[in-house]
Design a protein around this ligand. Structure first.
Ligand code: SF4
Ligand code: SF4
Ligand code: SF4
Length: 246
């Protein structure tokens, strides 16, 4: 990872330069990100917030080590496309934060005509933007993600804790991330242990726990594709061996 290679990381005055960029979203992830700093006081001497439309005054996009990007990209919005291209050039690593940026989230359900931009109809998650393929290294699920999770993630970046970071790396290619994945990848494959964590993690109650069969039930009409259930499930990221048929 890039910061492991940096000799300056060993220096006492090293600061990880992070920025927060806002695209088509509700700003809920940015609020969660800012909430994190209350918990993160002890690492403020190693992290420098160089860009945030809520907290910093600058309008130009500075160079940064890590860009946390919130929201999906509207393909009918040339300003956002150009801005994201610039972020791709200025940031060493991009983290797609929250369901909208990571998997499309509620933006997947958009069909235009919403105020104040009725012309905006098509949104893609940051993880699927072709010109950022090599830059988006991590995706953090949630709608919004828990501030404590964001803090732990930032700590893992600073400590280069690869075991902790691996699931977030895998999430960048998990572009569906919905309750369907819980059913098809965990329950239907016989890996569910009936712990009920997925239903607790779901912000919209799209997943409920069926006590009769000891397994989760899924209502796709309520799912906003935030990925929280998949991230919270203790069985979803286990490296199971492929079945061998003889
Ligand atoms: S993931 Fe949820 S909280 Fe974050 S920007 Fe999208 S809708 Fe808002
Ligand atoms: S089922 Fe719930 S937790 Fe899972 S992706 Fe859908 S809304 Fe998010
Ligand atoms: S979180 Fe628990 S109940 Fe839900 S699918 Fe995973 S193992 Fe099953």
């Amino acid at each position: 990872m890039f910061y492991r290679d940096r000799l300056s990381f060993e220096e006492e005055d090293f600061k990880l330069k992070v920025g927060f960029l806002h695209f088509s979203s509700c700003s809920g992830c940015q609020v969660a990100f800012l909430d994190m700093f209350e918990e993160a006081v002890e690492i403020l001497d190693t992290v420098e917030l160089v860009y945030s439309n809520m907290l910093t005054k600058r309008r130009d996009i500075p160079r940064m080590d890590v860009a946390f990007v919130e929201g999906a990209l509207c393909v009918e919005d040339p300003h956002h496309i150009n801005l994201l291209r610039e972020v791709g050039k200025k940031a060493k690593v991009i983290v797609a934060i929250g369901g909208c940026a990571a998997f499309g989230g509620v933006r997947r359900l958009s069909c235009g005509n919403q105020l104040p931009q009725p012309q905006s109809q098509t949104f893609v998650p940051v993880t699927e933007v072709e010109f950022l393929r090599t830059k988006v290294k991590y995706a953090i699920p949630g709608c919004p993600p828990n501030p404590s999770l964001l803090y732990s993630f930032l700590l893992a970046l600073l400590e280069v804790n690869e075991d902790f970071l691996l699931p977030f790396e895998l999430m960048t290619s998990s572009t569906k991330a919905s309750g369907f994945d819980i059913i098809s990848e965990v329950v239907n494959k016989g890996f569910c242990v009936g712990c009920g964590t997925c239903s607790t993690a779901c912000p919209t109650r799209a997943i409920s726990f069926n006590r009769e069969c000891g397994k989760p039930s899924f209502n796709s009409n309520l799912c906003v594709h935030c990925g929280s259930c998949l991230a919270a499930c203790p069985q979803s990221f286990k490296p199971y061996p492929q079945p061998v048929y003889v």
